[in-house]
Design a protein around this ligand. Sequence first.
Ligand SMILES: [Zn+2]
Length: 480
Amino acid sequence: MSYEAVIGLEIHSELKTSTKIFCGCATTFGAEHNTHVCPVCLGLPGVLPTLNKRVLEFAIKAGLALNCEINKFSKFDRKNYYYPDLPKNWQTSQYDLPICENGYVDITKSNGETKRIRITRIHMEEDAGKLVHSGNTIKDSDTSNVDYNRTGVPLIEIVSEPDMSSPEEARLYMEKVKSILQYIDVSNCKMEEGNLRADLNVSLRPAGSDVLGTRTEMKNINSFKAVEEALTYEIERQEEVLEDGGHIIQETRTWDPDRGITLSMRSKENAHDYRYMPEPDLVPIITTDEEIKAFRDSLPELPDARKARLEEQYGLSAYDAGIITSSREMAEYFDGVIATGADAKLAANWIMGDLSKNLNAESLEIANSPVDAKRLGEMIGLISKGTISSKIAKKVFEEMWKSPDSPEKIVNDKGLVQITDTKAIEEIVDKVIEANQKAVEDYKSGNKKAIGALVGQVMKQSKGKANPQTVNQLLAQKLG
Ligand SMILES: [Zn+2]
């Protein structure tokens, strides 16, 4: 029997507010343990929380950017469970009246097909603290300490419908959500710091069936690679169990990236296990149409709109425009290159080509690129003017990577200016013709391809600086 996978994601994103959701403690990452705490986030008796208005603003903006409806009446609830990183023994979250519902994002798959992934809801909640184990894992530790700095850091949880049917779709969906949150500037989305993490739900069903199978959940996956690998493994594991006539157990499993497997952790809880109840210490949240409109008006141009504009305005291909707009930083870098008057298609090629290659090799973000948008734009200008050839430009670019000099200075200092002086080129052409009589004979006897070897020789002797067009013209002329 062949199976199809049914995948849903719950994405948790930390919001980039400077203070926590219900108190004034700082949210800075990496501070000394238990220094960003107060009676409110430690859950001491007799204190009252107050909602940080910024959290509400960011949650509504995220909802609008993800095409959600905003609930004008929303409230907080207590999700009760015991764990040492949760000092109140409940997490203040939202249950039946979340701030946003019924959204979607569109993803474009590698085969060019577009698919809509529906978003069920987005709710606001507080993050828990963090256990710090003496060993690598809780199992091989003698002691574990708890750090409450993260307790009360604001989160939004974005819950999708189970609309994805492959690990690739799940990764693309998460990439798209990340990109949108970065565009609207509500989260740093630093996955390595846990700003953005996903719980993956996956089940299998016979291909074509519309009955859902039993699902398993993998929690706190914080890289795109892990999303794809964990789902691929889990789909294969479930397939084997079903093919052997077994049953899938509803459970939470952990992903072990080193061993590339998922392991059973605990049986999965249902909502009723959490004894949700309304949070009596916080008033309901009322949002007006005017407020929603003001938030909507404040949103920047989002990735899909920007992609469409780059295709329209600069004639970029859908593929190129998709890559350029996949992150806000790259789209802004592109704008910076264009602002120097550089040709848009050359700009896109250089950003996706040499620039990305060098950034990847050194694990650098585009915002920290040693070659900034202005200098790349100037260099592209030199290509367009014919001062340097595309081939020489690669050398200039490598020099720019190492030095802060302007491309013009590098070209002059290194003597890389393209030779367009016909007389100078003609001298080289004559020498090459004389030294390569065999190729000349071949050409004259009808093998027109032989001219390639001669062009190559001229380019080599001019150290790549001769204008290739002029070389071709002169050779064709002289060989009749
Ligand atoms: Zn606090």
